[in-house]
Design a protein around this ligand. Structure first.
Ligand SMILES: [Zn+2]
Length: 608
């Protein structure tokens, strides 16, 4: 069957991204080898059905997946139009981790290798809490909901939760590398990838990026997704791939099917979303799906060829026009790079640590908090690189501004790197919920923000939670009525230890009048601390002067118009302008030329 499809694709000169087909366990395998099936956090052992349903530790699954990948590689290596290998599909999607006996046993071995002794484990996890001290490795159990797990995100012992996430990430990644290596035995040249999912929580994508030839990802913004959030996801995927161009593996040419309410894409919207990906570093634009299924739960997911089975649909025509536009630019654009002077940290262990907190609020969603700090840069068309918190100090020094949102887990070396970066003239922006945990997810004693306390020149004595329907007034320091913003979610109650106040809490609470945002000059640089999750205008009011002072270039454009640049080796500079909104607007470029921008319009300019 696959031979006939490949032949057809070759005949019509389609490029081929060949998948290995291991993401859904077939019925015969579930019947013959039930141990390959995943066990959920509540202990339910899965039977045949669904997908992403394998146990990543299962030796039988691993050997069968290796065999299948190997056979496919053996058969199709050297195929004329084969341009990429695609291992499995969206690892972890919808399934979550496995909590079976095999995984539990592997986890104990993993811990033994990491900690060496049960005593060291007890210390690392603070196991004297609630009489949790263990005396034998066999006492360790995964964070299941009928044990220490509190749902899938939180746990009585947070170190257990974070370590289990690290362990499952490694198990899943091993499944990828096993298939990758099987393909490499036959094909030494064609790039190998798997499709990632932006800010997906369960897998530390930076560790994946290091194993992938090229990063690819699936972009499915929802009805309420802000264009700046989509932009951040593209930048994150580019960062995971080490800054190289990435592949947009999947997007839908029309509506999604899994949201409660699925809007159709408006005329021009699919072009806008595709070009936004290109603007942020994508070198391919692909779709799921080509032909719309007549059965199964994705039958209402958009397709290039819909249920009408013709080339007359609006969707088909828009995709064809997009293909033609991309074709015109592809040769020049491919391989060109985004250049950024601002870095925003995104760290998966930090994600797990922050959302694993039981208290002081359940209102913190890590990607949203990173986005809160990212957005002021996006609004001024400042290119941003997304980096790990453990980035080398030489990497940090390449940037004029480094942003560390909710950096709750400060891993070894990170505080020293940040201090050296600031001393040498860098600008660090951090804030609420930062500097609290070490790499074992234990509180670093001595007052928040722990190892960042001296650098930030302040002590966060208490962290107040703000109710979901409430805000706290923040006085931004100016004289005008508009110089106020709303703080949300948490308010850091700050005692200054050398920092200067940039904003204060208003209202009439006991900490009214104290610092809500600060700056501390250290060496040749500055460390900024934003104490509460400010609204959009408030974040911009604090971050705009930092951008201006740093000299990082900005590009003026109306709200919702995004201007991004890619730089080719031959000196060509592409300016990609997208009207991300559904209303017509206009933009004056840096040469003073006025451009009319229809809803979702895209403009590609070059310096030629
Ligand atoms: Zn398992």
């Amino acid at each position: 069957m696959l031979d006939s499809i490949v032949e057809l694709l070759n005949k019509h000169d389609f490029k081929i991204v060949m998948a290995t087909g291991t993401a859904a366990i077939p019925a015969w395998m579930a019947r013959r080898y039930p141990q390959v099936m995943r066990t959920g956090v509540d202990g339910t052992h899965q039977i045949f059905g669904g997908r992403h349903n394998f146990c990543p530790s299962s030796p039988k699954f691993r050997s069968a997946a290796r065999a299948l990948a190997s056979r496919v590689a053996q058969r199709y290596t050297g195929e004329k139009n084969l341009v990429c290998w695609h291992v499995n599909n969206e690892y972890g999607n919808g399934g979550g981790y496995c909590y079976c006996d095999t995984c539990a046993q592997e986890f104990r071995h993993w811990l033994e290798r990491k900690y060496g002794s049960v005593e060291a484990l007890n210390r690392a996890w603070c196991m004297n809490f609630w009489s949790h001290t263990i005396h034998d490795w066999s006492d360790v159990v995964p964070p299941v909901t009928y044990g220490d797990g509190i749902g899938t995100d939180k746990c009585v012992i947070s170190g257990l939760q974070v370590d289990y996430r690290r362990f499952q990430n490694e198990q899943m990644l091993a499944c990828y590398t096993i298939e990758r290596d099987a393909i490499r035995e036959f094909d030494t040249e064609t790039p190998i990838t798997t499709n990632l999912m932006g800010t997906f929580k369960d897998l530390d994508y930076f560790s994946w990026g290091r194993e992938m030839d090229v990063v690819s990802w699936d972009n499915y913004p929802g009805m309420d997704t802000q264009p700046s959030f989509t932009a951040m996801c593209h930048d994150l995927m580019r960062g995971v791939g080490g800054g190289k161009p990435f592949m947009l593996m999947e997007q839908t040419p029309n509506q999604q099917n899994w949201f409660p309410y699925c809007k159709v894409k408006r005329p021009g919207e699919v072009g806008k979303l595709s070009w936004q990906a290109v603007a942020h570093g994508a070198d391919t634009v692909q779709f799921f799906q080509l032909k719309q299924s007549i059965g199964g739960c994705e039958r209402f997911h958009g397709a290039v060829i819909g249920h009408d089975n013709s080339d007359r649909s609006r969707t088909y025509r828009e995709v064809r026009a997009l293909g033609s536009d991309l074709q015109d630019r592809a040769k020049q654009l491919m391989g060109s790079r985004v250049k950024a002077r601002v870095a925003v940290m995104f760290d998966w262990e930090n994600y797990w640590s922050l959302e694993g907190c039981v208290g002081p609020t359940q209102g913190l969603h890590y990607p949203d908090e990173v986005h809160r700090f990212y957005r002021p840069f996006w609004k001024r068309n400042v290119a941003v690189d997304m980096i790990e918190s453990t980035a080398d100090v030489d990497v940090l020094k390449q940037y004029d501004i480094v942003v560390a949102p909710t950096l709750i887990m400060v891993k070894p070396g990170v505080a020293d790197n940040l201090e050296e970066y600031v001393r040498s003239g860098g600008r660090l922006v951090t804030g609420y919920m930062s500097g609290i945990h070490n790499e074992f997810d234990l509180v670093i004693p001595g007052g928040y923000p722990g190892p960042l306390r001296e650098l930030c020149g302040l002590w966060v004595e208490e962290i107040d939670a703000i109710a979901p329907d409430a805000t706290i007034d923040v006085n931004l320091g100016g004289e005008e009525a508009g110089d106020h913003a709303d703080g949300t979610i948490v308010a850091s109650i700050i005692e200054l230890e050398g920092a200067q106040t940039l904003a204060t809490y208003g209202g009439d609470d006991f900490y009214a009048g104290t610092a809500a945002a600060t700056v501390h000059e250290v060496g040749d640089g500055k460390a900024y601390f934003i104490g509460t999750a400010l609204d959009d205008a408030g974040m911009s009011a604090l971050i705009d002067p930092i951008i201006d002072e740093s000299g990082v270039p900005t590009i003026d454009a109306p709200e919702n118009v995004e201007v991004m640049r890619r730089y080719a080796d031959d000196g060509t500079v592409f300016t990609i302008v997208t009207n991300t909104g559904d209303e017509a607007t206009e933009w004056t470029d840096e040469q003073g030329v006025l451009h009319q921008l229809n809803p979702f319009a895209v403009l590609v300019l070059t310096n030629e």
